[in-house]
Ligand binder design. Structure first.
Ligand SMILES: [Zn+2]
Ligand SMILES: [Zn+2]
Length: 386
């Protein structure tokens, strides 16, 4: 079962859909035209049921064939606030400041390709739930769909998704169990000191000196508090304080991110973080305000589902299937789905392209039929007729 012949036959169509989405990018929760196009195509494929406005701008559709299990397949639809620099392509973004720089145009097109094939052939027993989600890029569209009753209205037994990865060989599908993307929490720390003339430091509580010490102290969380076998990132990514060369300011503000795979590690790290901030500030006579905002949870692939997905990938791409899926410290809101339903999130190699979120990035059209075949095969194999 390599790339499905029937899917290869409409490769041009899938490519056209991808280019249409690419030319017309829409940001989180604004994917109205994208959703409209998705619905129009799903109607032409004669799927059974289509529901719009799920999680604001998401679309859910079902394809049924007799009775059996139910499997969810997900594609994300939103673009990024970036101005595209690939002006040499025929399908460059038509909208300045908006671009499909994460390949969600390709993900949506691949899921549509699988939908067309599955609706046409119905070579399975059960129900396929197609989930076209909004707002993956930082605005938790997956959670919005769950909160809107996605799994109550459309109960599913398992869920699968994938993301293209630049740098991984073209069309390689990599999937295995465990954490694959990190939880990403963000912090803002305010150091409240006391300003003074820069020539009279004794009259101040210098927030800049305190901040520089604090940044050093925070490094000890990763290096000395957490087991070296665990994965943790504590990054101070911005520091703002002061304006003039002869004034010690009142305050300093630091922002950054704390990322981890294991929630217990995250809880411990955040606890240490707050303690270090409070006590370092105290040492300097300053006060502090700490805000830690929880982001997406870690994306953790379930064991049996990852194994199954790898077996399916092997059937579709043969030697290009890999059971070594390199974990990354980025984050994904597919994590919310995996917290509710067992499943797996795979990488599909985008070849040697510019990185994700780069103005020169482009989804690789030559992997569209591979992705569609993989998604369709997951459904057919899981909802096997025999
Ligand atoms: Zn992204
Ligand atoms: Zn993405």
């Amino acid at each position: 079962m390599p790339i499905k012949n029937r899917i290869s036959k409409f490769e041009n169509e899938i490519t056209q859909w991808r280019h249409y989405f690419h030319e017309n990018p829409e940001l989180a929760y604004k994917e109205k035209n994208t959703a409209k196009k998705v619905v129009q195509l799903l109607k032409s494929f004669k799927v059974d049921k289509i529901e719009t406005g799920f999680g604001k701008t998401g679309v859910v559709a079902t394809i049924e064939s007799g009775s059996g299990k139910s499997i969810g397949l997900r594609g994300d639809m939103d673009a990024l606030p970036i101005t595209e620099e690939n002006t040499n392509t025929k399908y460059c973004s038509k909208i300045k400041g908006k671009m499909h720089a994460c390949g969600h145009d390709g993900h949506t097109a691949m899921l549509l390709g699988a939908a067309k094939y599955l609706s046409e052939t119905r070579n399975f027993k059960g129900r396929v739930v197609l989930i076209f989600q909004p707002a993956e890029e930082g605005y938790a569209g997956a959670k919005a769909m769950i909160d809107d009753g996605l799994f109550k209205k459309y109960p599913i037994d398992e869920i699968y998704g994938m993301h293209n990865i630049p740098g991984l060989g073209k069309g390689i599908i990599a999937v295995d169990e465990g954490p694959k993307l990190a939880a990403a929490d963000n912090f803002i720390v305010k150091i409240l000191g006391k300003g003074a003339h820069a020539a009279m430091p004794a009259n101040s509580i210098d927030p800049i000196l305190c901040a520089s010490s604090l940044i050093q102290n925070l490094q000890s969380i990763v290096s000395r508090n957490v087991n070296p076998k665990e994965t943790l990132v504590v990054t101070v990514a911005s520091i703002n304080s002061g304006e003039a060369n002869n004034v010690i300011p009142d305050e300093a503000e630091l922002t950054g991110t704390i990322r981890y795979y294991d929630k217990a590690v995250g809880t411990y790290a955040k606890d240490r973080f707050s303690n270090i901030v409070k006590n370092t500030c105290k040492l300097f006579g300053a006060n502090s305000k700490i805000k830690i905002k929880s982001g997406y949870p870690p994306t953790v692939n379930h064991q049996a589902n990852s194994k199954f997905a790898y077996e399916v990938a092997k059937k579709v791409v043969g030697m290009k299937a890999s059971s070594t899926q390199i974990p990354m410290m980025g984050s994904e809101d597919f994590s919310y789905f995996l917290e509710k339903v067992p499943g797996a999130f795979a990488w599909i190699g985008n070849g040697n392209s510019a990185p994700l979120h780069n103005p020169k990035y482009d989804f690789n059209d030559s992997i569209l039929t591979t992705g569609s075949s993989y998604l369709a095969s997951l459904a057919e194999e899981k909802l096997n007729k025999s």
